[in-house]
Design a protein around this ligand. Structure first.
Ligand code: ADP
Length: 174
């Protein structure tokens, strides 16, 4: 009678914000801050996807996320390589947070949300609309600009900016 479908880890509301975060941008951070206000515990989960070739390793992405969320006590940074719904179960979480920037995002996200629901009916996906300031912002765009040594300071937190500079300086051909 008293079932609380959205409750996990003890009696608290736990949400998972999964993604590549390669690297984290102000768009991601905006979603993290807003979601952290709505839930007791927010797990930002970096997908360890072996089929993509990311710029930053999973450890580097986690470290950057930790740095930029260190003022948010209810935010935890983790990673997973399993099916998302299985990871959710292992963390006793039932809410997935995803951000929507455009109609293109919506189509893909609808497909993902429907698939996850198919795999586990207890999982609910909650979408948060982008802050219009960041509606054009993606990790790919940031990488493209940084690669050509353009300025990304309005797009990513300072720690990420420094990490991008290091990465592209190290990769620069002589
Ligand atoms: P994925 O590879 O899973 O799409 P991303 O790191 O690109 O991972 O994005 C993770 C989530 O954050 C996705 O739901 C994406 O739509 C959302 N997101 C990315 N950039 C923004 C942004 N600028 N504003 C709002 N949501 C965003």
């Amino acid at each position: 009678m008293n079932a609380q479908p959205n409750r996990g880890e003890g009696d608290s509301r736990v949400a998972v914000y999964p993604g590549s975060f390669d690297p984290a941008t102000f768009g991601h951070l905006d979603i993290i801050r807003r979601a952290a206000k709505q839930f007791d515990h927010l797990i930002v989960a970096v997908l360890n996807n072996t089929t993509k070739s990311p710029l930053f390793s999973v450890e580097e992405r986690k470290e950057l996320l930790r740095e930029v969320t260190k003022d948010l006590p209810n935010v935890e940074i983790d990673s997973f390589r399993d099916l998302l719904v299985r990871y959710m179960r292992s963390r006793q979480a039932q809410i997935i947070i995803r951000g929507i920037r455009s109609v293109t995002d919506f189509e893909y996200e609808l497909q993902m949300a429907s698939t996850n629901r198919q795999l586990d009916e207890g999982i609910e996906t909650i979408f948060m609309m982008t802050n219009p300031k960041y509606s054009y912002l993606s990790s790919s765009i940031v990488k493209e600009i940084a690669k050509f040594h353009g300025t990304v300071q309005d797009l990513v937190p300072p720690a990420v900016e420094v990490a991008l500079q290091r990465k592209y300086d190290a990769n620069r051909l002589p």
